[in-house]
Design a protein around this ligand. Structure first.
Ligand SMILES: Cc1cc2nc3c(=O)[nH]c(=O)nc-3n(C[C@H](O)[C@H](O)[C@H](O)COP(=O)(O)OP(=O)(O)OC[C@H]3O[C@@H](n4cnc5c(N)ncnc54)[C@H](O)[C@@H]3O)c2cc1C
Length: 401
């Protein structure tokens, strides 16, 4: 007889692996379905809070950044030092994702190497999932798995979302492209540093997002994103490499993927399917940060599924989105406005970069990114930031603020 799992988690990235680990650790029978053969294109930057919240061992970090350099269209640069509030950790998805999947398996999740291709509901309300299984020879055979509930954590191009939700509910996205290059051993620190993330705001690099140079020890991720069709991301990346002195460095990979920048209005189908992570659109606007939010979604979706299994009430699935938006909805909203306002023209990007020189803004930026909370210790700082922001936006010179 076919096994019916309490839950099947589709996708073993940061979101799905976290969900499967939590559910298995709580004693549920869980299948974790992932092909396991793909490296997710990603800059790999995570805030120090992620290490605490999700028990990420320090050894998984290939680098730590203690500052960011923001660069304006004119070439004007502002260095934002983190100080003692934390650091930006760098992970390689090639080792990070397999580590998380192995951790889920050690907690008791049953791993299935394959891809979900179809899903239907049986008369008893359970789901029958058709999995294209990967054999050792790389070729698949169809396999059916039963589950009471399904978590769709299968990324920005989610199959679960396509099979369950109307096409119009797909979140809006920016397409991000990057190149993994060998890091230089003798870099000019003015152009590249192994402990600094460079973020480039320049319409030639991205007319509506930004470009980055993120050091990963012996490798570096260089890339940019845009929602505008026709903008040449490869050419822009080549300009970023040139600027950072990385043109002659060996290219190890070229790849890209969508960044879904708006949480969907509904994550569950009201019965037995719950979306989480990129599949539900939880990448932060302005920054493109998705790993921390995906892991949080994994954790929240596991708790919602456990509550649904315990009570038999499908409405428990809603608590995942509700809790996520209560914790981060306001920040996503503010970041969305920032992206719309500041990334609109080079004139505004120039002002945005000057604003980053402000110590209040630097402190609030780092504390809210690294610790995922808006600091209440100094409410006046928020007021000062608000007025400085406004003054820059309307173009009042610094002396008149
Ligand atoms: C170029 C680029 C740079 C980025 N840089 C950063 C960064 O520096 N910091 C940051 O925080 N975020 C970054 N992000 C965003 C981040 O990568 C994502 O938000 C994050 O990976 C989302 O995790 P997830 O588990 O929801 O989805 P994913 O990581 O996409 O995982 C989905 C998993 O599902 C699997 N899958 C897909 N389809 C199926 C199927 N049909 N059946 C079974 N399994 C399936 C995939 O193989 C994959 O393993 C970047 C994204 C891009 C594209």
């Amino acid at each position: 007889m076919q096994t019916i799992y309490d839950a099947a988690v589709i996708g073993g990235g940061p979101c799905g692996a976290t969900a499967a680990q939590k559910l298995a650790a709580a004693g549920h029978s869980v299948a974790l379905v992932d092909p396991g053969d793909r490296i997710k294109p990603c800059g790999g930057a995570i805030p120090s809070r992620a290490l605490r919240d999700f028990d990420i061992p320090d050894q998984l970090l290939v680098a730590k950044a203690h500052a960011a350099r923001v660069i304006a269209p004119s070439g004007n640069t502002v260095d934002m030092h983190i100080g003692d509030v934390g650091f930006v950790g760098m992970v390689e998805r090639e080792s990070f994702d397999p580590f998380l999947r192995a951790r889920a398996e050690a907690a008791g999740a049953h791993r299935i190497a394959g891809k979900l291709v179809a899903m239907e509901e049986a008369p008893d309300g359970t789901l029958r999932l058709t999995i294209d299984r990967m054999g050792d020879d790389g070729h698949g055979a169809k396999h059916t798995v039963g589950a009471r509930l399904v978590i769709g954590a299968d990324g920005a191009n989610s199959t679960v979302r396509r099979l369950t939700f109307p096409a119009r509910s797909k979140p809006p996205y920016v397409f991000a492209y990057h190149e993994i290059v060998e890091s230089p051993s003798d870099a000019n620190p003015l152009r590249f540093r192994g402990d600094r993330c460079d973020v480039v705001y320049d319409g030639r690099i991205s007319p509506d997002f930004y470009g980055w140079v993120f050091p990963h020890g012996d490798r570096t991720s260089v890339g940019c994103g845009t929602a505008i069709k026709g903008h040449n991301l490869r050419r822009a990346t080549s300009a970023l490499r040139d600027r950072a002195g990385l043109t002659g460095q060996r290219t190890l990979r070229r790849e890209g993927a969508p960044l879904p920048l708006k949480p969907m209005r509904r994550w569950d189908n009201g019965r037995n399917v719950l979306l989480a992570g990129d599949a539900a659109g939880t990448v932060a606007p302005s920054s493109g940060e998705g790993i921390y939010y995906a892991m949080l979604c994994g954790s929240l979706s596991a708790e919602a599924v456990a509550a649904c299994l315990a009570t038999g009430r499908a409405s428990a699935l809603k608590q995942s989105r509700h809790r996520f938006m209560r914790a981060h909805g306001r920040v996503f909203f503010i970041l969305g406005i920032m992206q719309t306002v500041w990334y609109r023209s080079d004139r505004l990007r120039e002002r945005f970069v000057s604003l980053c020189a402000d110590p209040d803004i630097q402190r609030l930026t780092w504390e809210s990114y690294l610790n995922k909370r808006l600091v209440r210790r100094d409410p006046l700082a928020h007021v000062r930031v608000f007025f400085k922001d406004l003054a820059q936006l309307v173009g009042i010179p610094a002396g008149q603020k």
